[in-house]
Structures are given as structure tokens and as C-alpha cells.
Design a protein around this ligand. Structure first.
Ligand code: SGN
Ligand code: CA
Length: 515
């Protein structure tokens, strides 16, 4: 009974401000992919990929052209999404050794308290104990592409036959079918695509066979003046493995994904990759020819893996329409971070450089956000939690560090953020040195520490590909000082005491601390 009163009160408040005039609070669907980057989304102007279903969300709402993450890696990014707090506040700094304390405050818990039904379906990657969800069906850890296991709330581990993107969507629709339809819902759909090792649905394997992809113009970056970029281990050339990543397997592969295939599925898989393998053997490539061959194969697998996800996002949107839910449902599409598609010679993410610091983000909110809107406001994944609470007319708790995007997206406020703050912590795989920094509309300042100790400053207007570190250059002295002031302000604003200590350390020259 009291929930009904609450909703009545909410409806009244909503009529009197910019919120929709519907009587009911909006449903929420948040679709989070894994490593799917803007360069591979046609709504962002990608010419190499077509993502018609993802684009539908932008067409019917807003495309955010300046959306960024606070820490470019999977688990940490999801923890930020749920808590609306930076990694140093929510405790999940690294995939490698952090534990997500799911008893902490999360926006879904507030939605639950306000009468929402909540569910997380698909890749979660924050352990096995989600809280704040009435239902979950999550992939254990990274999960598998083919015939994956799911951990189902109250039932435990189950194995399902099929391709992961289809199975995640099936489970999401099953939950929607079963929900109590007199209550609003918040559903998070976590896709596994397009994570390494880019395993496409078998029906999509040949999709990009005939395409030759242009090499990014900084593919052969020499990393001059950027020591951390020099030290990384994530190049197509040296790090990407022909067998493991590009499926040029010897017969006795131990790869977890491939060994899960049924004999029938394996036959289709082999029918695609074996001729490519034979061709590779016959070409006898080396040097640049081999690197560029790897790049083409990487791109084909990556984009083919996105196909099924895009198709299944189309199913989500169709489901909402078919059930008359589309007019009162917010749909957000985002990734846990961006990814390198050969820029700087790389795959993977982690760096605060544009390709992995940014993330695709678009949102439809019928009646509130004008279809076909493009916003260049600087927003972060940190803002999703408060935005959803704002949309549901639920009070945004004190500790949340993000800001609701709604005032900017509805035109109520003109200006978004002026400064974006970033902090990456992981030490290990891919050897990217920890770093923190800020970005403004024109400049980016980064402080690397722990493995590489250095400063980097980029003028994004002059150097959008971040090839020229101007830190210490005479011409940029004033900008450098101003950016440092802004960085310290951001550190203090978000109470990142570890970064504050490092900020004050006097470092005169670049240092490398090899493990
Ligand atoms: C795995 C991948 C890495 C990737 C991390 C983090 N290696 O460890 O290449 O950077 O995940 O990705 S793999 O051989 O297991 O594919 S994240 O999206 O989970 O953060
Ligand atoms: Ca990821």
C-alpha cells in the first residue's frame, strides 16, 4: 500500500518538473558490453562496422560523444556502474586482486526499496554474490562464448547449449516474462562480447572474410616520449598469439572456449579457421606482412563477435515494443570501456588514451530525451547510477560521486563536466603502468606511477591521436601549470588520497621501475 502512495507522490512531482508525464516510474534496461569500442559502432561514424540495433538506441534518444570511464577495465568499471563511486571509494581497484563487497551501497538497492524489481543477467565479473538484485543469472568470471555455464540465483550452476549472446538475451526475456508486471523493473544485461579471444557465433564466422581493413595511421607507433606506452605488453605484433587469439590452433588445443564446442559445432568452427590456417602456412609471412595479416584476422574476429550482440540487442528492443514497454522504458547501451583496434599498434585497453578511456554510451528515454539528440557533454560511467535514481525520482545518496546526466540531456542545464578524472591501478597482464589524470575539452594530463614514473601532457586539438607528449615543453608551461591545478582540484573533490600523495612527489625525469 505505501508503495502505491509513494508512486502517486512521485507522479505528482514528475508532472511538475521535466520528468515524463506518465503515471508510472520508468523501467530501466542497462546493456553493458565488454570491450566494445566506439570505433566499432556505426552510430559513432564507424565505417568498418555496422551496428544497426545499437544505433537504434541512439536514433531514438541521445548519442553521447564524450562518454568516459573512471578506470578502464572490466570489474572496476562494473563496480563504478553499480555504486556511482570511484574505485578508491568502492574498493574494487583491480580485476587481479580486488574483492567486490556487494553489501555496500548500490543504486539498484535504492530502486528495490522504491518498489522496482531488479535483475542482472550475463557477464558480471564482480564475484558470485550479487546483491541488490531480485534475480541474477551470471556467467562465472569471464564466462565462455560457447555452451557457457551460468550461476542462477537460488539454483546454482547450470550449463546451457548455444552461443552466449543468444543465451543471455533468452535469460533476460525469460525474466521479463516472469516478472510481476504491476511493478517497474531495472534489468542489467551484461554481454560477454567483444572480449578476448573474440569468438564469433558460428553463423557469423564468415561475415568479414572479404573485408580488408585500413591500418590505423598510428599502427606503427614508436612510443617516443611516452615511456609507459613503450613498456606495455599489448601489441598486435608481439602480444597477440596466432594460436590462442587468432585460432590458428595446433590439433591438440587446450583452449577453454574451443574444447567446449560439440563435435558438430567444432566442425563448423574448423571449416572456417582451418583453410585460413593453411593459407597462413603457405604464405610464410614475417615482419610487417605477418603483423598486418594478424591485424586483419583480429578485426574480422572482433567485428564478427559483435554481430550476435547487436542482433540480440535488437531482440531486447523488439521485446520491449512487442510488450508495449518501449514508451516507458529507459534503455542505455554502454561498454565497460573502449578498446584499441590497432591504434598505437594495440589491442586491449587500460590506458587513459582516448580509445580505451572513452566508451560508447547512448540512451533512449521516451518523452524526456528527444530522439536523434547528439550530446558532446563530458559524462562518465560514474553518472549512470545517479541518472537512474534521478529518473526513478529516488533520492541520490550523499556518497555517490557521479552526477545525474538528465539536466544536461534535457537541456535544463547547458554545461556538463569541465574536467574528467581517471585512475587506473592494475599491475600485471599487459604491463600497463598505473596512472591517474584529467581531461578537459582540449588537454589531457597523466601521471604514471609504480612501474613507469612520468608525466604526460597532450594537446588534443593539435594531436588527437596522442602521439606527442608536450609535458615540459616551453610553449605549454602555462597550460601544464593550469592542468596541474585542475588535477589537484579533481583529486581533492573525489578524495583520492593515494593520488594526492603521489601528486606531491617531486619527479624530475621519467623513471622505469622494472619488476
Ligand atoms: C583477460 C584477458 C586480458 C584482458 C583481461 C581483462 N586475457 O585476462 O587480455 O586484458 O582479461 O579484461 S585472456 O587471455 O584471458 O583473454 S576485462 O575485460 O575482464 O577487464
Ligand atoms: Ca572489459
Amino acid at each position: 500500500m505505501h508503495k502505491l502512495i509513494l508512486w502517486g507522490a512521485m507522479a505528482l512531482v514528475m508532472v511538475s518538473c521535466t520528468k515524463p508525464k506518465e503515471q508510472k516510474p520508468p523501467n530501466i534496461v542497462i546493456i553493458v558490453s565488454d570491450d566494445h569500442t566506439r570505433q566499432a559502432v556505426s552510430a559513432y561514424g564507424s565505417t568498418i562496422a555496422q551496428t544497426p540495433n545499437i544505433d537504434r538506441i541512439a536514433d531514438e534518444g541521445v548519442l553521447l560523444t564524450n562518454a568516459y570511464v573512471t578506470n578502464s577495465i572490466c570489474g572496476p568499471s562494473r563496480a563504478v556502474l553499480l555504486t556511482g563511486k570511484y574505485s578508491h571509494k568502492n574498493g574494487f581497484r583491480r580485476n587481479s586482486d580486488s574483492k567486490f563487497e556487494s553489501d555496500q551501497d548500490q543504486f539498484v538497492k535504492h530502486l528495490q526499496a522504491a518498489g522496482y524489481q531488479t535483475a542482472w543477467i550475463g557477464k558480471y565479473h564482480l564475484g558470485k554474490d550479487p546483491q541488490g538484485f531480485d534475480h541474477y543469472e551470471i556467467l562465472p568470471g569471464q564466462g565462455y562464448y560457447y555452451n557457457p555455464d551460468f550461476i542462477v540465483k537460488d539454483s546454482g550452476r547450470v550449463n546451457r547449449t548455444g552461443y552466449v549472446s543468444d543465451l543471455v538475451e533468452d535469460a533476460a526475456e525469460n525474466w521479463l516474462d516472469r516478472r510481476e508486471d504491476d511493478k517497474p523493473f531495472c534489468l542489467v544485461i551484461g554481454h560477454k562480447a567483444t572480449h578476448r579471444t573474440w569468438m564469433p557465433d558460428l553463423q557469423d564466422l564468415d561475415k568479414y572474410d572479404e573485408v580488408t581493413f585500413p591500418l590505423p595511421d598510428n599502427f606503427y607507433d614508436d612510443y617516443e616520449g611516452r615511456q609507459a606506452a613503450m613498456e606495455q605488453d599489448m601489441t598486435v605484433d608481439k602480444t597477440m598469439i596466432l594460436g590462442y587469439d587468432l585460432k590458428m590452433y595446433a590439433e591438440d588445443t587446450k583452449d577453454g572456449n574451443v574444447s567446449r564446442l560439440t563435435p558438430e559445432q567444432r566442425a563448423k568452427f574448423d571449416a572456417h579457421y582451418k583453410p585460413i590456417h593453411r593459407e597462413l602456412d603457405s604464405l610464410n609471412l614475417s615482419g610487417k606482412d605477418l603483423v598486418e595479416w594478424k591485424y586483419q584476422q583480429y578485426m574480422r574476429d572482433y567485428l564478427a563477435t559483435a554481430e550476435s550482440m547487436d542482433r540480440n540487442i535488437g531482440r531486447t528492443l523488439d521485446y520491449l515494443e512487442a510488450h508495449g514497454l518501449d514508451e516507458n522504458t529507459i534503455v542505455i547501451y554502454t561498454s565497460d570501456q573502449g578498446f584499441y583496434l590497432g591504434e598505437h599498434g594495440w589491442f586491449d585497453k587500460r590506458f587513459m588514451y582516448e580509445e580505451s578511456f572513452s566508451t560508447p554510451m547512448m540512451m533512449k528515454y521516451p518523452g524526456v530525451i528527444q530522439p536523434g539528440t547528439k550530446s558532446d557533454a563530458m559524462v562518465m560511467n560514474l553518472d549512470i547510477a545517479p541518472t537512474m535514481l534521478d529518473a526513478a525520482n529516488v533520492e541520490i545518496p550523499e556518497g555517490i560521486q557521479g552526477e545525474s546526466m538528465l539536466p544536461v540531456l534535457t537541456g535544463e542545464e547547458k554545461q556538463g563536466r569541465e574536467v574528467l578524472y581517471y585512475h587506473y591501478y592494475e599491475v600485471g597482464e599487459h604491463n600497463v603502468s598505473p596512472h591517474f589524470g584529467i581531461k578537459t575539452d582540449r588537454y589531457k594530463l597523466i601521471r604514471f606511477y609504480n612501474q613507469v614514473v612520468s608525466w604526460e601532457l597532450f594537446d588534443l586539438e593539435e594531436d588527437p591521436k596522442e602521439m606527442h607528449n608536450v609535458y615540459g615543453e616551453e610553449h605549454y608551461q602555462k597550460v601544464q601549470e593550469e592542468m596541474k591545478v585542475k588535477l589537484l582540484e579533481a583529486i581533492k573533490k573525489y578524495e583520492d588520497t593515494e593520488a594526492e600523495e603521489l601528486f606531491h612527489e617531486d619527479i624530475s625525469s621519467t623513471e622505469i621501475k622494472r619488476k
